[in-house]
Design a protein around this ligand. Structure first.
Ligand SMILES: *[C@@H]1O[C@H](CO)[C@@H](O)[C@H](O)[C@H]1NC(C)=O
Length: 230
């Protein structure tokens, strides 16, 4: 009886030791599946009606076609908190319609899967800058991106009338503006890769030490990804 108890203990110890050796000998890349890899945070500091923002979003779309599965993309909106503004409590450089556009996009981001949100943003841009933020643009683009405005959460967030004045959406806008301030975000469009400001487009490309082409952004994302998952 005592003997069999002892051999059980030794057996257990050996199993544990073998398992430990196996884990040590197996490269990390084998143990970690692609879904659990850390994605590279990429942030675009934008204003929804800003031509520089449209250009950056277009450029990032081409980047995502190459390394989309390695990226966690987010848009952060630039505006000024202003309690004298009746609808949005914020002043947006291209007018209140831009604030509305920001809110619609933020709500689409919160309540839709990535691909639908991103398609919504591109559809917005494709309508022309001066249509961004209008209720009919939001509705049309929701349809294009297969977002159910009424029942999917986006409408409730941004306003069922698609005005962008929904209470939750306005709160999201204020949070986004505040977050941008903590990052020192000033110019639309500013590109951040893994927390680092890598490039600005303000009329032209500026402050892009490591380049501003799709290939340059792709390379920088690949490098950050390898570092994050080393
Ligand atoms: C705040 O909003 C008011 C009302 O629209 C406007 O007149 C004023 O210029 C805004 N202030 C800033 C700093 O944008």
């Amino acid at each position: 009886m005592f003997n069999s108890f002892l051999s059980l203990i030794f057996f257990t110890i050996n199993v544990v030791r073998a398992a430990t050796l196996f884990v040590q000998d197996t490269p990390q890349t084998v143990l970690r599946s692609p879904e659990t890899n850390i994605k590279v945070p990429v942030i675009l500091g934008v204003m929804s009606r800003c031509p520089d923002a449209l250009l950056c979003e277009n450029s990032m779309d081409a980047v995502l076609k190459k390394v989309g599965d390695k990226v966690d993309l987010k848009l952060v909106y630039i505006a000024q908190i202003n309690s004298s503004e009746p609808d949005f409590g914020a002043t947006c450089m291209h007018g209140p319609e831009e604030c509305a556009g920001n809110v619609q996009q933020l709500c689409a981001a919160k309540y839709s899967p990535f691909a639908k949100w991103w398609e919504f943003v591109h559809c917005n841009n494709y309508q022309g800058r001066n249509k961004i933020g209008l209720p009919e643009t939001a509705r049309k683009c929701a349809q294009t991106a297969q977002i159910d405005w009424e029942t999917g959460g986006v409408g409730e967030c941004a306003g069922l009338d698609a005005s962008g004045k929904g209470a939750e959406g306005v709160r999201l806008l204020h949070k986004s503006i505040a977050f941008g301030k903590t990052m020192g975000l000033e110019k639309s469009c500013t590109i951040y890769i893994n927390g680092e400001k890598v490039c600005v487009h303000d009329g032209t490309w500026k402050e892009c030490e490591n380049g501003h082409t799709v290939a340059d952004f792709t390379r920088q994302i690949n490098e950050a990804y390898d570092k994050l998952n080393a």
